[in-house]
Design a protein around this ligand. Structure first.
Ligand code: SF4
Length: 343
């Protein structure tokens, strides 16, 4: 595998995408981008990255940020624990490391939200350390390069790949090597049986390409099926104001704002039976929607309810549409109904 290093670096230098977090090696910039990029596509991340850095330009600003601002900056990216952990880590960096990012892997791993992958990417890209950053892309690339049928969801595959990447790290170019592997996985050695082998800089050394098995790799055991939860989402309106509530402080989408909802898929008659006395118009269907989390799927139906007085629908706080769009973090799970609130 040593032979892949030089052509891969050469290809990366000539072909790398011009991404905003590649303009410098500031660990804060690398960190923000790496955490945003977990589970999220590059195109989606770019505007979020610019907005986040404009509002919170350094570790100190992140450590001191108001939670509502933080959640608003993350709205739409999902997996909100990522940004909460970033703030906890920023507070530790300020209090325990005098505001300077630690460089050693053991220290990086102590920070909330920084696991083996992020410690590898921050350590190698920002500080030039030979720490491997192995994610699904890198596992796929090496499964193909070595024509290896080990399940990439297994600890064995991850450990083996981390050891291999660490052994390949070129002195003085660790950050470039990390990014070159990421770039190869993102742009050439694509998932779902669609690798672009014809333009691959390491084709010559690829055992799956030689064996004609690239389309079959990697092998990955399927995840457990997601639990399905059915919900009826209520867009409750009184005059020009809408009723929203905070989610619980712990658990899924903790402390974010949500539209009120009821368990199960209810129809208009069910809602009239429950709220008929306070409705000024019949419930208006807003359609069906689905939202997929890592372990759960919400299958939703939604209704617009016009109520006669705010006090008729307890358990929510009332906001006009500008306040909702400017200040409240409403997770994407509710986007199919949140979009009916005019801006
Ligand atoms: Fe991936 Fe094809 Fe390159 Fe092998 S030759 S690393 S399968 S793109």
């Amino acid at each position: 595998m040593k032979k892949i290093v030089a052509p891969l670096l050469e290809w990366y230098t000539a072909n790398k995408r011009n991404l905003p977090w590649r303009q410098d090696r500031d660990p804060y910039h690398i960190w923000v981008s790496e955490i945003m990029l977990q589970q999220t596509r590059v195109d989606t991340v770019i505007p979020y990255y610019h907005r986040f850095l404009a509002a919170l330009p350094d570790v100190q600003a992140l450590a001191e940020a108001d939670e509502d601002l933080l959640l608003k900056l993350w709205q739409g990216l999902g997996y909100y624990s990522r940004v909460r952990n970033m703030q906890k880590a920023a507070q530790l960096i300020v209090t325990q490391y005098s505001g300077q990012f630690p460089q050693e892997r053991a220290e990086l791993l102590k920070l909330p939200g920084i696991g083996p992958y992020a410690s590898g990417s921050i350590g190698s890209i920002a500080f030039g350390k030979p720490y491997p950053a192995v994610d699904g892309n890198v596992l796929r690339v090496f499964a193909r390069l070595q024509n290896d049928r080990t399940d990439i969801a297994s600890t064995t595959a991850r450990k083996n790949t981390e050891n291999l990447v660490e052994s390949l790290m070129p002195e003085g170019k660790c950050g470039d090597f990390t990014q070159a592997l990421m770039e190869l996985g993102a742009c050439v050695c694509l998932p779902n049986g669609e690798p672009k082998c014809a333009v691959c800089p390491v084709r010559e050394y690829c055992q799956a390409h030689a064996a004609g098995t690239a389309d079959e790799l990697p092998v990955k055991s399927s995840a457990k099926p997601r639990r399905i939860e059915e919900k009826t989402i209520l867009l409750v309106r009184c005059g020009d104001r809408y009723g929203l509530r905070r989610r619980p402080k712990k658990g899924l989408l903790a402390n974010l704002w949500e539209l009120p909802w009821l368990e199960g898929r209810l129809n208009a008659d069910d809602l009239i039976a429950q709220y008929g006395q306070v409705l000024t118009l019949p419930p208006e269907p807003l359609g069906e929607a689905k939202h997929i989390f890592s372990h759960i799927e919400w299958h939703m139906t939604g209704y617009l309810l016009h109520v006669s007085a705010e006090a008729d629908f307890p358990g929510v706080l009332w906001f006009d549409s500008v306040e909702i769009h400017r200040s409240l973090s409403v997770p994407t799970a509710f986007a199919a109904y949140h979009r009916f609130i005019p801006f």
